[in-house]
Design a protein around this ligand. Structure first.
Ligand code: R5P
Length: 289
């Protein structure tokens, strides 16, 4: 028997996944003590079962992460036969290098904590750098949502679309999405000046009169997309859309992108937001096979 255990950061994705897997869903009781400490309780029996814990770790990252750890450890104590941690958006994934001496390799600690809490397997989606998975010694899988995003974009009937990776690293995702749509693809050259400020260079394609989709793994401040959109609009693009796997959307990111001429923002439900129109539940269900 399989049970999906829904973390409080991923209620919709958990429900979609349990539907796809035709299995029951467990919603742990999660509350806070007056001093702010977290309380987690599961009343259903899970002994001898495979438990799939679904918990995104977007903001508030540390709280969501702690909940995931408590649930995983609890399921182990309750005798679950196998525990798979599905963390569709992994917090701290961008802190995977020591950019300056003395910096914490935060994502390594996060991986160790998840494994240490008792997960037997780990599944995520479009992790910032796949090499991060080497911090696990359990089976760890990174899925890509690019095809599912491409399927959605295809249904939008865009005019002579070009899918542009928001930087060189995103071009492979752009290629996969574009293939699904029968569209052209390339990438934008980006130089980051600070966490909030980026400089982008125009692409080689003639974008005049064409619909452009800027595709990235994460949209955080919206700076990358906003600067690219302004530049593409100046170059004569008909309309600019933004698509991503993880809608982190810090601060006024949505407003910033809209002001820069972005017509619409489309993302998946790895983080549940109003722009989450594509579900990764199908991909995850397939991987759990
Ligand atoms: C960085 O390399 C990532 O792939 C994204 O491009 C980045 O996180 C987007 O950040 P922002 O929305 O703040 O420009």
């Amino acid at each position: 028997m399989v049970a999906v255990v829904s973390g409080s950061a991923s209620p919709l994705l958990s429900a979609r996944l349990s539907k796809k897997l035709c299995c029951r869903i467990i919603r742990p009781e999660v509350k806070r003590f007056p001093d702010g400490e977290l309380y987690v309780r599961i009343v259903e029996r899970v002994d001898g079962e495979k438990a799939v814990v679904v918990q995104s770790t977007a903001a508030p990252q540390d709280e969501n992460l702690m909940e995931l750890l408590f649930i995983t450890d609890l399921l182990r104590d309750m005798g679950a036969k196998e525990i798979i941690a599905v963390v569709p958006y992994l917090a701290y994934a961008r802190q995977d290098r020591r950019f300056r001496p003395g910096e914490a390799l935060s994502v390594k600690t996060v991986c160790r904590l998840i494994e240490g809490a008792g997960a037997d397997g780990f599944i995520t989606v479009d992790i910032h750098h796949r090499e991060t998975l080497s911090h696990f010694s359990i089976r760890a899988i990174d899925l890509t949502a690019a095809r599912a995003i491409g399927e959605h974009l295809k249904r939008m009937r865009l005019k002579r679309p070009i899918v542009l990776g928001a930087d060189r690293g995103a071009e492979e995702r752009a290629r996969i999405a574009a293939l699904e749509m029968g569209a052209d693809y390339s990438h934008v050259e980006k130089r980051r000046i600070s966490p909030e400020k980026v400089e982008v260079s125009p692409v080689s394609f003639d974008v005049r009169g064409r619909d452009i989709i800027l595709l990235d793994d994460i949209i955080s401040t919206g700076g990358t997309i906003a600067e690219s959109s302004k530049s593409l609009r100046r170059m004569g693009a008909r309309a600019v859309y933004a698509a991503c796997t993880h809608p982190v959307l810090s601060g006024n990111a949505l407003v910033r992108m809209k002001r820069a001429g972005v017509k619409d923002v489309i993302s998946t439900d790895t983080i549940e937001r109003e722009v989450s129109r594509v579900s990764v539940s199908g991909l995850i269900a397939e991987a759990l096979g």
